[in-house]
Structure formats: structure tokens, C-alpha cells
Design a protein around this ligand. Structure first.
Ligand SMILES: [Zn+2]
Length: 238
């Protein structure tokens, strides 16, 4: 079983992944009503869905996405971004807070995007009582503070980034997950172009690197990640 705890996929990429023999679980992100409609209606037990207004889209209205929140497995990715985004931070913060409140009311976990705003978001995340997953953390600051909030962390695909390696090494084993952030993000981070058919192999290598770094048997780590994924989504069968 390979698990991608945060990804973005087109319809074609997803159907090609689901046609593969490898057993998988994917938390696929939807940030427009159109994506949310097809993903939340997808119906495969292998496809879980996070729905949320991405900080890059925070200037757009939130309302058209709201009907899909109820059917989503998690609310995300949501947060703030001062590095790759020009939407005024005041507006980003307002949209982020509103979605955190909705997730809290609905009892759903959240997937967080904090790029460049890790310090500003820290008290907002601290106030959120539910389960939270920090996706592809890459700031040299505040990692211990987010860990102290009992966050889950995904190891992003960028092994050249020292913080990504720290997340892989320092996150408590029961809070660790892996992600691709989608094939395009893997290309951005590594220069590799991956077909959907190559993703399971890439994720297996990703898992092997974490296992080697931590001195753990890859099969044991894989079982732990499966447990963590269920626990994050509130599907822990005990
Ligand atoms: Zn993402």
C-alpha cells in the first residue's frame, strides 16, 4: 500500500493511477467547485478528498466551494502565503480563519499551507482544536512550535531542502506522512518528469529515503504511515 497524503491530480492522471495494480490511498486536493464536484463524487475508496480555497485563490469567493465541504474528508489546503502569492495578507487571513472555523464546526481535519507565514499562522493553528496536517513544511523557523501543537507533517518531495529532511527525521513517527503534492510539484522540486504509472515507484523511493534516515525497516514505516493516514482522517479502526 502506498499513500500520498497530499496531491493534486487531473482526471486523466487519477484514472491512470487507479488503473494500476498497486494498492493505494490518495488525499486529492480540490480548490475549485468543478474539481470538488468530480472528486467528491469519484466514489473510489482509494480516493479521499480535501476541499478548500487555496491561499493563492483567496481573492476568489469562498461561497461556491462551501456545498462541497460537507462531503470532503478534510478541509484544505488552506492557509497563508507571502512568497508565491500576491493576494493581500489581510484577505488571506480572513479566508483562512473562516475555513478553520467551518472545519471546527464540521469536526473535520485540515491540511495547511503556511509558506512564508509560518509565524503569523502559528497562533491561528494553535487555536484550532482538531487534527491538522502541515503540508511540505519548508521554513527553517517554528518547526518545533508546530510539532508542539501535535500537527501531522508530510515530507515534501524536495530532498534538497534542509527543512524537508528535518521534517523526515524529527517528526514523531505517529505524526509522519508522505506526499508528492502532485506530479507537477515533483517535477518542480526534482526536475524529474513522472507519468502517473511512475508515481508508485517514486513514492516507494521517497519512503525508502525516510526509512533509511530514521533507521527503520521500510515495511514497518509503511504500516505506520497507513495507521497515521487513517488516524488523521478519523478513520481509525482501532
Ligand atoms: Zn498542494
Amino acid at each position: 500500500m502506498w499513500i500520498d497524503a497530499h496531491t493534486h491530480l487531473t482526471g486523466d492522471q487519477l484514472s491512470r493511477l487507479l488503473a494500476l495494480p498497486e494498492e493505494t490511498r490518495l488525499l486529492v486536493n480540490a480548490e475549485t467547485p468543478e474539481q470538488a464536484a468530480w472528486l467528491t463524487g469519484e466514489g473510489s475508496p482509494r480516493v479521499l478528498t480535501s476541499v478548500g480555497l487555496h491561499p493563492w485563490r483567496a481573492a476568489e469567493p469562498l461561497e461556491p466551494l462551501l456545498p462541497f465541504f460537507e462531503r470532503a474528508d478534510a478541509i484544505g489546503e488552506i492557509g497563508m502565503d507571502s512568497v508565491w502569492c500576491e493576494v493581500p495578507l489581510r484577505r488571506q487571513r480572513e479566508i483562512f480563519l473562516r475555513q478553520l472555523q467551518l472545519a471546527e464546526q464540521m469536526g473535520k481535519p485540515v491540511v495547511l499551507h503556511l509558506k512564508g507565514c509560518e509565524g503569523e499562522c502559528l497562533p491561528l493553528v494553535a487555536d484550532f482544536p482538531g487534527r491538522k496536517l502541515v503540508h511540505w513544511y519548508s521554513s527553517p523557523h517554528f518547526l518545533a512550535e508546530y510539532r508542539a501543537l501535535d500537527c501531522y507533517f508530510t515530507v515534501g518531495p524536495d530532498w534538497a531542502d534542509e527543512t524537508v529532511r528535518r521534517v523526515a527525521l524529527e517528526t514523531p513517527l505517529n505524526r509522519l506522512l508522505l506526499e508528492t503534492d502532485g506530479p507537477d510539484a515533483v517535477t518542480w522540486a526534482t526536475g524529474e518528469t513522472l507519468t502517473p504509472e511512475q508515481l508508485p515507484g517514486w513514492m516507494n523511493t521517497h519512503l525508502g529515503r525516510v526509512a533509511a534516515l530514521r533507521g527503520i525497516d521500510p515495511a514497518l514505516l509503511s504500516a505506520q504511515l497507513e495507521h497515521n493516514f487513517k488516524a488523521f482522517l478519523g478513520r481509525d479502526e482501532g
